[in-house]
Design a protein around this ligand. Structure first.
Ligand code: M6R
Length: 608
């Protein structure tokens, strides 16, 4: 999520560091900072805003150094302030840390360190790291880092420098990517190859549990037991733009492919499987109010609205709370009466969508409880709602929303589990759902294993000028999301319909050249959807089915099949949406369109 770069060598640390940080800016950040060492002193500078704000301040100073660590922050814990920006330091200003990831047990560690006399100046989870390292520091930086990491639960890609060990920087990885390169120009580390690819194309990708000590002409990699690892360099033939996309042709494809990780980040530290509950710090302050909530109104736009429709099924099924969903753009003009004990839940990736913000203003005028599920930390909707849950899906660059959607549905499942367990959802059922949620990253990985078959299907069907997407129950919003994805990036007319509504009108459209994508996992409404598929086939319509692995019987009925892994039906949209995202992506590519920048659309719709 955040961007990290570090350098040690004789070639102008400040210039190398700043240029590298700028290359990470495409991911969109809210604050930035650096620590630079001249061998005797360390200067640390942090700003709120883009890297250019940091550049302005740095430009006024005479900063010369031989090692540097830099960070651009995408806030997760604590607001967007200078003190929350990285690097974070220990009490004595000896140890400086930049970090990407989430320290799950930071609260406990912070309390213990405070009792020992450590002084904290930020609200971040990261700040425990320099203090914990300080606690173990005895003149040997790598030893102190390793000792500290043994107490850490969570994820990290971190880079550490110490005033008194100025000949080295120490880096470590657990679930957050880091690459290193040491060559005749010095030692480099970055969260993303794009930051350092102009200095070297030969890189070593660190793995989880690895720690590297980087000097200007040497490095060593060990595990947390200090056992030396023999690692091979990888030669990257990417240019800078390709590097920003991690080698993928487009951000949309990169974001589709990283959904296993983004979904894992959305649920990290939030599930207690043995108790069958979810722990959501952001709504803790209103948890007593939530016990009495009798109705939930979900408001959102576009893809977030479709996630909201899945939320309706989830909240009604798991928590038994009557739920209504509306487009924020429509709702803002309704003369809606409020009733006692209801909550308004706003879902937005950007947190800046004008229609959602306007609807939120109307809700606030009526003094009703407002909640948010928002990806961008510190955005307007996140700030204006009474309480909420962040997605932690990481920056989404592609205009077509993909990883935000799966993350929104996961968070909705966590919210429904939380509210359900406050009500009548049994411990056994809570455990079942929690366990199924925890399996999602692996199931998403399986779904993404072979996307080439979907690429071929897109080629096969790309002469069609119209598409229909159908589904029932949990698959109905996926049908609408599939139609939205296809139309927004490939410009093919497509409609998403409830399969049961087909015979009330849309079936009139069906003929040989009007294909249908049927989202039909083997769930409680599977047989009903199969009947609808039969009705389409009887009218010569072509059908591509997205169904559960192992479903053989459907083979004789449809023209093409895309399989997804078996999962509890309430979570099936998180898997079934992936093939429709990939299908839309390859359709757009087959026409030569750039899926990252579809015509007439913007990433964040800040006008009415
Ligand atoms: O940032 P938000 O989630 O509030 O944005 C809502 C819609 O504008 C957004 O989902 C839009 O529909 C996307 N282009 C869909 O891919």
């Amino acid at each position: 999520m955040c961007g990290i770069i570090g350098y040690i060598g004789d070639n102008g640390a400040l210039d190398i560091g700043m240029k590298g940080l700028k290359r990470l800016e495409y991911r969109g950040y809210d604050s930035a900072g650096l620590a630079i060492s001249n061998g005797k002193e360390v200067s640390c500078i942090k700003v709120v805003g883009k890297v250019e704000e940091l550049e302005k301040i740095v430009g006024d100073k005479d900063l010369v150094g031989s090692s540097i660590i830099l960070h651009s922050r995408w806030a997760t814990h604590g607001g967007i302030t200078e003190s929350n920006a990285h690097p974070h330091a220990d009490c004595k200003g000896n140890i400086f840390v930049v970090h990407n990831g989430i320290i799950e047990n930071y609260k406990q560690i912070r309390e213990k360190l405070k009792l020992m006399g450590h002084k904290f100046v930020s609200e971040t989870d990261t700040e425990v790291l320099p203090h914990l390292i300080e606690h173990f520091y005895n003149g040997n930086l790598e030893e102190a880092v390793i000792k500290a990491l043994k107490y850490i639960k969570g994820t990290y890609g971190l880079v550490v420098m110490a005033k008194h060990n100025s000949d080295r920087i120490v880096v470590a990885r657990m679930f957050s990517p880091l690459v290193i390169s040491v060559n005749e120009h010095g030692g480099f580390v970055a969260s993303d190859p794009s930051a350092i690819i102009s200095h070297s194309k030969r890189m070593i990708f660190l793995e989880d549990g690895e720690v590297a000590v980087i000097k200007k002409d040497d490095f060593i990699i060990t595990d947390l037991e200090r056992k030396v690892k023999d690692k091979k360099e990888t030669e990257l033939d990417w240019d800078i733009e390709e590097a920003q996309k991690s080698g993928y042709a487009h951000f949309m494809l990169k974001e589709i492919m990283e959904q296993s990780e983004s979904v894992a980040n959305s649920m990290r530290g939030r599930l207690i499987i043995e108790e069958g509950i979810s722990k959501l710090g952001g709504i803790d302050s209103v948890k007593d109010k939530l016990k009495d909530i009798k109705k939930i109104n979900i408001l959102a736009c576009g893809t977030s609205y479709y996630a909201g429709l899945i939320g309706e099924y989830l909240l009604e099924e798991l928590a038994g709370i009557p739920t209504e969903v509306d487009f924020a753009s429509e709702f803002r003009y309704r003369k809606f009466p409020t009733v006692e004990n209801e909550a308004y839940l706003f879902i937005s990736q950007s947190g800046e969508t004008a229609d959602s913000l306007a609807a939120l203003k109307e809700v606030k005028k009526r003094k009703a409880l407002s909640l948010g599920i928002v990806n961008v930390v510190g955005s307007s909707i996140a700030r204006e709602t009474d309480a909420g849950v962040y997605n932690h899906a990481g920056p989404e660059i592609g205009v077509a929303s993909t990883k935000a959607f799966t993350s929104q549905v996961v968070v909705l499942a966590l919210v429904a589990l939380f509210l359900g367990r406050q009500r009548n959802l049994s411990l056994a059922d809570g455990k079942t759902i929690a366990k199924e949620i925890s399996k999602l990253p692996e199931l998403i990985n399986n779904t993404l294993k072979d996307i080439s078959a979907i690429e071929l299907l897109a080629k096969k069907y790309n002469s069609a000028s119209n598409f229909l997407f159908i589904g029932r129950k949990y698959s109905y919003p996926v049908a609408m999301e599939g139609a939205l994805k296809l139309k927004e990036i490939s410009y093919i007319h497509s409609e998403g319909y409830s399969a049961g509504e087909m015979k009330h009108g849309p079936i009139a459209l069906i003929e040989e050249n009007f294909p249908t994508i049927a989202i039909c996992p083997q769930d409680s409404v599977y047989e009903k959807t199969v009947s609808n598929i039969q009705e389409i086939k009887a009218r010569n319509g072509k059908v591509i089915a997205i169904t559960t692995q192992g479903n053989e019987e459907i083979k004789s009925l449809v023209d093409d099949i895309i399989y997804i892994p078996k999962v509890n039906e309430v979570l099936s949209p998180i898997l079934s949406v992936i093939p429709v995202q990939i299908f839309a992506y390859y359709m757009a590519v087959s026409f030569g369109h750039n899926p990252d920048m579809p015509r007439n659309l913007a990433k964040s719709v800040t006008v009415e």
